[in-house]
Ligand binder design. Structure first.
Ligand code: HEM
Ligand SMILES: CC(C)=CCC/C(C)=C/CC/C(C)=C/COP(=O)(O)OP(=O)(O)O
Length: 310
């Protein structure tokens, strides 16, 4: 081959390679966008509470745990995508959320809606067929609660949005219990109540750091409507209520001394952190309590399994 021809062939090959690598990175970015709409960070803890509850409820096969978690992930993921659609206007206004795929216009409303609906339907069918109808219905109720009750209805109307709407995030233990036993009883309702009372201190401590953003977006979160000090007071109140609720399954005989010891220690730390939050009005204390809330829930559910199994 002559030198000029060689050069031309090389540049055609180079252009093709550049186009191929641009297409590959475009595809990777698109996949990352769709994945981010499923809110994988939040999902990790939702699925952890589902899986741990299953080991409290009985002796599930690895297959049952895997398929239940897959169903839960599809359901919560679909809910997340639909939340991205409904909240796109306020997400656009807040710096934390402005770059989300729908808010930023990278994924269309129609595509995100179809994606969310498809995941929700796939979750329902999978759980109904491979697990049981009760698990499927409970999981669908979680999706409707988060998308229909919290996102579409309460989030923009009342500072109690996350208290009432937070019930959706407390559904995973019910799904896990129903998956193993085919029904519900007192223990899963206690676990539901634990997440229900955990959600306000989890979110409100973080909301202290995002007050101005919520105010700009016109979302009536507690620190915007009732002020920061009242929010800190409510965090403490709910931390105390949460402690009381965590003692109920021990009193009812569902768990033993190991759970009692761990729940006492974690409860004291949570209440201690909330007292600090009321006293010290700095951002670091709020951020630390929010991060601790994540560790708290994970350790509490891990302790339930350890208590039942050891
Ligand atoms: C209405 C109820 C809730 C509200 C308003 C809420 C709000 C938030 C917000 C604003 C964040 C930080 C930003 C983000 O990473 O998206 C966050 C993080 C998180 N939440 Fe919640 N949350 C709620 C319920 C729950 C529930 C029920 C769970 C699990 C049991 C949970 C688990 C998490 C986790 C694991 C993170 C950290 C995510 C990460 O770092 O990527 N949240 N939550
Ligand atoms: C069982 C089942 C299907 C449950 C689904 C419920 C679910 C996904 C609960 C998590 C709650 C959550 C991510 C709140 C974020 O609030 P936000 O939407 O106000 O936060 P944002 O500003 O980050 O969007």
């Amino acid at each position: 081959m002559s030198a000029p021809l060689e050069g031309a062939t090389a540049s055609v090959g180079g252009a093709r390679a550049t186009r191929a690598s641009a297409a590959a990175s475009g595809l990777r970015a698109r996949i990352a966008d769709y994945l981010s709409m499923t809110k994988p960070g939040v999902q990790s803890l939702l699925l952890f509470t589902t899986a741990t509850t299953m080991y409290v409820a009985g002796d599930p096969s690895p297959w049952l745990v895997a398929v239940t978690c897959l169903g839960g992930a599809l359901s919560a993921g679909g809910a997340g995508a639909l939340n991205h659609v409904l909240d796109r206007d306020i997400d656009r206004v807040m710096s934390r959320t402005a770059d989300r795929p729908v808010a930023a216009g990278r994924v269309s409303v129609a595509r995100a809606t179809a994606f969310g609906a498809l995941l929700g339907i796939a979750a329902f069918v999978l759980l109904a067929v491979a697990v049981n109808p009760l698990a499927a219905v409970l999981s669908a109720a979680g999706l409707v609660g988060y998308v229909g009750v919290y996102t579409a209805w309460l989030k923009r109307r009342t500072p109690q949005n996350i208290v009432i709407g937070g019930a959706a995030g407390a559904v995973p233990p019910l799904v896990g219990w129903a998956a193993v036993t085919g029904g519900l009883s007192g223990t899963p309702l206690y676990l539901f109540a634990i997440i229900f009372f955990w959600t306000p201190p989890h979110f409100w401590s973080l909301s202290l750091l995002m007050k101005d953003e919520y105010a700009r977006a016109g979302v009536p979160m507690l620190p915007v409507v009732r002020g920061e000090q009242e929010t800190r007071r409510q965090v403490l109140l709910y931390a105390i209520l949460l402690y009381a609720v965590t003692q109920l399954p021990f009193c009812a005989g569902a768990f033993g001394w190991l759970y009692l010891a761990v729940s006492l220690l974690l409860g004291a730390l949570f209440i201690g952190g909330a007292i600090l939050l009321v006293r010290r009005r700095d951002r670091t204390t709020a951020l630390r309590l929010y991060l601790f809330s994540l560790l708290y829930l994970a350790l509490l559910f891990a302790a339930m399994v350890a208590d039942v199994r050891l």
